[in-house]
Design a protein around this ligand. Sequence first.
Ligand code: GLY
Length: 369
Amino acid sequence: MQKIEVKIPANPQSSYAITVGDDFLDSIIPQIKTLLPNRELFIITDANVVKAGLLKKLTAGVQLPCYVITPAGEQSKHIGTITKIIEEMETNALGRDCAVVALGGGTVGDMAGFAAAIYKRGVPVIQIPTTTVAQADSAIGGKTGVDSSISKNAYGAFYHPAAVFVDVATLKSLDEKQFNCGLVESIKHALIADSDYFDYLQKNVDALCARQVKPLEYIAMKNCQIKVAVVEEDPYEKNKRRILNYGHTIGHAIESASEYEILHGQAVAIGIIAANIIEQKLGLNAKERLAQLKQLFAKLNISLRIPAKIKKEQILDILSRDKKAIGKWPRFILLEKTGKVLRDGEQYAYNVKREIVEETIDIILKEKY
Ligand code: GLY
């Protein structure tokens, strides 16, 4: 097993370790008990994870209170579920001396982290991500929250975990679409930070899709290293951390507009193509990369088609409400080249004229690129 230490500079107490390995789920509870002695553990997971047998494997031989989010997925990621989780924790008479264990994908991790952040003013959370999205991105870096009826992650808190355990064997439980779409977050990391990693992903996409252990462990480590370096520098997203939102501005808008019919990774893939089109319109050298991205997404079988019910005005409306908008207009993360984000002076987020964004949305709606 390999370990990465995450240090949050503003608060030395909140440093934590990420452990990466293959097939060690059944050794995690004893490790948590060593890390957090005398804390009662409360597990939050979802119906898919239970069905895949991962909860049973994690808790082998121990009886722990648990909340199973049902149905699994973004449709349960709202404040009503948080109320139920908190009440279940109270029903189990858990005090401030408990800790939450999140076992699952991004929605489980975000909700469990948020519940932990607010339960009795905060108890530790351990993240055990079981999807390609969560292992690459959402379990690391302390973003927690739930959606409102209007936008994604409208309620939320930065709340760093006490530890993260990445077991690549858990990825075997995913269906092909979920597995492949989640790899888009790895592609995003390569694009913003490491062109050699982008080459690696292009060369090893088949081995990854075959879920070979070595490439899965390799990308798990790479993703953690890239994300940790950014989060350590800017844990509360004042500036540099925005680079992790590459492809997410238009991606999130499409994901919301589709009412979560489109998976997060699929929406981000479309958002990455949109960012690339904007880069080309601004005269940046992005055309060769567009061909590479199209090939990679095709190998992953990721459809870039936007459902016909989604209209340009709807995407623009959601963009105007973006969390990071200034004057009701979002700023975009763009690439100067593969592995390097474009900077506007000290800023990493770029102000793109509305007409360029509108033209880009027309192009992606028609898939004319
Ligand atoms: N998912 C982007 C971030 O954690 O900042």
